[in-house]
Design a protein around this ligand. Sequence first.
Ligand code: MG
Length: 382
Amino acid sequence: MKKLYILGGTGTIGHQTIEVIKNHSNHFKVIGLSLGRSKKAQHGEIIQTLKPEIVCLREKDFKLESKFPQIKFVYQDEGLVELVKYPKVGIVVNGISGSAGLIPTIEAIKSGKDIALANKETLVMAGEIVGQLVEKHAVKLYPIDSEHNAILSALRGETLKEVKSITITASGGSLRDLSREELKNVTVEEALNHPNWKMGKKITIDSATMINKGLEVIEAHHLFNLAYENIHTVIHPESIVHGFVTFVDNSVKAVLAKPNMKMPILYALSYPKHLASGIENLDLTNLALTFEPIDYQRYPLLKYSYQAGKKGGLYPVVLNAANEAAVKLFLNKKITFLQIEEIVIEELENFKTNVSKPTLNQIITLDKNIQRKVLKKYEFST
Ligand code: MG
């Protein structure tokens, strides 16, 4: 029985994690759970089903506290830290969206817990620090992101020395059939309509601009300790192949599955075992797979992501923070779709104070400052 802590229980990843666990209640027991502001009406039911020992909420809830007197309730960001420090070993599933996911990951590692990571900002912002902490505290870090999860699976039983490169696939996002010209008038609703994956809003917009793939390249660099030159990306509209590993003998291993996050979530939790995921079977007699190179003119943020990753230090923090704020502005209809790119590129080009080995404090301060600056420029307050 593995003990689990789920962060972001009402988000897309959290919700699917709970579904996965319900089907494998003999393998997993939820000890800790954090629930966000959304779907409040369901909080009681989720808690009733999972019966965790500690629950973190955004706002004080006397009704839930009196309904579940045996559960310890904690609140807000401090509560989240308390939750991941709860004195029982286990795996923390981090399904929090955005830079808010960084500190809980770090505190969970420090308290000796393994991490199943869906929050890509953790590694984009502080990949080196997180990597060092993982080593120091001898914990495991399992990626939930489908591409990295596929690479994890393909690398099982292999040694990194024999790996020449990896390739992660991109669907092309919700706007892949539109030209640059047509992107000018894209609405929030159109951008949120992803053809293959059901995901949260932030990551769906990130897929449309392709910065999602850029963030994943940086994530892969830290997870698999590969140089950026050896991390490739390719458009694969069907989203059936999630990742490829090319070995030094030029043989290639790929992992295929129907696009459904339940599979990578379960594999991150059951690794190295494969358990029945309940996702649809892949009919091999009816497969048409296509791949095309990603055009940097069409998707400039992928190019800038590689550059930011290669420059290292605080550049990935700038990339991520500018994008997070810009996506917030776009979702609130303060800017157009193409302005997301403009904002990210402008912040990267204006950034002149890089340090090669930033501290966690420098990272968090810069993230806050850039987000605040971008939001303020468009007179948006959260
Ligand atoms: Mg992904």
